[in-house]
Design a protein around this ligand. Structure first.
Ligand SMILES: C[S@@+](CC[C@H](N)C(=O)[O-])C[C@H]1O[C@@H](n2cnc3c(N)ncnc32)[C@H](O)[C@@H]1O
Length: 211
C-alpha cells in the first residue's frame, strides 16, 4: 500500500477503533481487562497501548506507568485519554521490538491484543524478557490461531484480507508457542472474545514470568 494511503487508513483505523470494539468491551472484554490489570505492580510498561482502553483498569498505587505506542494517530488518542483520566503515565512513541527502557528495569509488562500486530513478535518477546527484572511478569491477553481445524483453516484463508482491514493484525498467529519459548507461563486461560468477528475470537489470557 502506498505510504500516503497507509497513513490515511491508520488515521481511519484509530478513529473507528473504540466503536469497533465497543460491543466486545460490553460483552466481557472490559471485565477481562480489569481482572488482568489488577495484577500490575511496580514499574509497569504497556506495549501497543492503542487508544488507552486499559487505562481505567490500572491499580492506583503503581510506581510508574510507561505506555508504548508507535502509530501516531493512536498515540494522539492515547495522550488525549490519559489527559482526561486520573492516571499518571508517560506515552512513548516506540515499537515493541526496540523498547526504550534499560535492561531489567520493569516489574510488569502488559500486552493486550498487540502481539498479533507487531511485525516481529519474537523480537518483541525477546525485548520484553530483556526489560523485565528477574521474576518480573508479562500480563497478556492475545487473540490467536484457533485449536479447531475448521476455524483455523478459515483464519488462514482470510488472514491476508483481515491483515489489510485491521491495520496489520494477523488472525492466524500461534502466539502461545512464542511466549512459551521466551518466558515461563504461570497462568493460562483460553477464553472467547465475545462480540467480535469469529476470526479473532480465540483468546489466550494469563501471566508469564521472566526467570
Ligand atoms: C489491536 S490494537 C490493541 C490496542 C490496545 N492494546 C487494546 O488492548 O485495545 C494493536 C496496537 O498495537 C500497536 N502496534 C503496532 N505495531 C506495533 C509495534 N511494533 N510495537 C508496539 N505496538 C504496535 C498498534 O498501533 C495498535 O495500537
Amino acid at each position: 500500500m502506498p505510504t500516503q494511503l497507509r497513513d490515511i487508513w491508520s488515521r481511519f483505523a484509530a478513529a473507528v477503533y473504540d466503536p469497533f470494539l465497543a460491543l466486545g468491551e460490553r460483552r466481557g472484554m472490559r471485565e477481562r481487562r480489569r481482572r488482568l490489570l489488577g495484577g500490575a505492580r511496580g514499574r509497569v510498561l504497556e506495549i501497543g497501548a492503542g487508544t488507552g482502553l486499559n487505562l481505567a483498569h490500572y491499580p492506583g498505587e503503581l510506581d510508574e506507568l510507561l505506555l508504548i505506542e508507535p502509530v501516531e494517530p493512536m498515540a494522539r488518542r492515547l495522550e488525549s485519554r490519559l489527559r482526561r483520566s486520573d492516571v499518571r503515565g508517560t506515552v512513548l512513541r516506540a515499537g515493541a521490538e526496540a523498547l526504550p527502557v534499560p535492561t531489567g528495569s520493569i516489574d510488569t509488562v502488559v500486552s493486550t491484543m498487540v502481539l498479533c500486530t507487531v511485525r516481529d513478535p519474537e523480537a518483541a518477546l525477546d525485548e520484553i524478557r530483556r526489560v523485565l527484572r528477574p521474576g518480573g511478569r508479562l500480563l497478556f491477553c492475545e487473540h490467536v490461531r484457533s485449536d479447531s481445524n475448521r476455524l483455523s483453516r478459515r483464519q488462514e484463508r482470510l488472514a491476508g484480507l483481515w491483515e489489510a482491514f485491521a491495520d496489520g493484525c494477523r488472525c492466524d498467529q500461534e502466539t502461545l508457542g512464542m511466549v512459551e519459548r521466551t518466558l515461563r507461563i504461570e497462568r493460562l486461560e483460553r477464553e472467547e472474545w465475545r462480540g467480535m468477528p469469529g476470526l479473532v475470537r480465540p483468546l489466550i489470557v494469563g501471566e508469564a514470568r521472566s526467570t
